[in-house]
Design a protein around this ligand. Structure first.
Ligand code: MN
Length: 201
């Protein structure tokens, strides 16, 4: 769907991720932060050559373009947030099943090692950014990106992400970023969605 972009509906009620992510955090994170990225993006691309493109194409075309950093930042953040909301569900998490479980065992040394490495990626992303589980040339990998960047303009296909910007956790966890990431990845991950993304990759 081309511009102007609407703020996509959340896949669950704002209170559904309690107590891992509070209603208040979702109200601010989705209703203020995510909405603002979408609103600014719409203003920036209105009447330009980007206005007829799908969001993911805007991200790809403006990545690495020093003249369009502001568009990229807001398009990237718009895409990343929707992908993040859709990576989670109430009563999610636990050990994965299906194809993703097989690949985590084969490529990442098992679920416990996956958790350990994902936490490492998320906690060592200095400043704002994102931690990702991706599939790159047939093999799973854990990566991290700063600010509004993502794997979608690389060879890697994202399967799962956690937002590690302070605005994602500060109301609930203050400086305890690791506790937040651990709470999300172990209790909210929508493994059915991850398997569907893997099948489509
Ligand atoms: Mn965010």
């Amino acid at each position: 769907m081309p511009a102007p972009f609407a703020l996509p509906a959340l896949p669950w009620p704002e209170s559904a991720l309690e107590p891992i992510i509070s209603t208040r955090t979702i109200e601010f994170h989705y209703g203020k932060h995510h909405k603002t990225y979408v609103d600014i993006l719409n203003k920036l691309i209105e009447g330009t050559d980007l206005a007829d493109l799908a969001l993911i194409e805007i991200v790809r075309r403006t990545a690495k373009d020093a003249d369009r950093t502001k568009v990229f930042n807001n398009a990237g953040q718009s895409w990343n947030h929707t992908f993040f909301w859709e990576s989670m569900k109430p009563q999610g998490g636990g050990k994965p099943h299906g194809k993703i479980a097989e690949l985590i065992d084969a490529d990442l040394g098992g679920y416990e090692k996956f958790i350990e490495e994902f936490l490492e990626a998320g906690t060592t992303q200095f400043g704002s950014g994102w931690a990702w589980l991706v599939i790159d040339k047939g093999k799973l990998a854990i990566t991290k990106t700063p600010n509004g960047e993502s794997p979608i303009y690389t060879t890697a296909v994202p399967l799962l992400t956690v937002d590690v910007w302070e605005h994602a956790y500060y109301l609930d966890y203050q400086n305890r970023r690791k506790d937040y990431i651990s709470g999300v990845i172990e209790n909210l991950t929508d493994w059915d969605r991850v398997n569907a993304r893997l099948a489509a990759a």
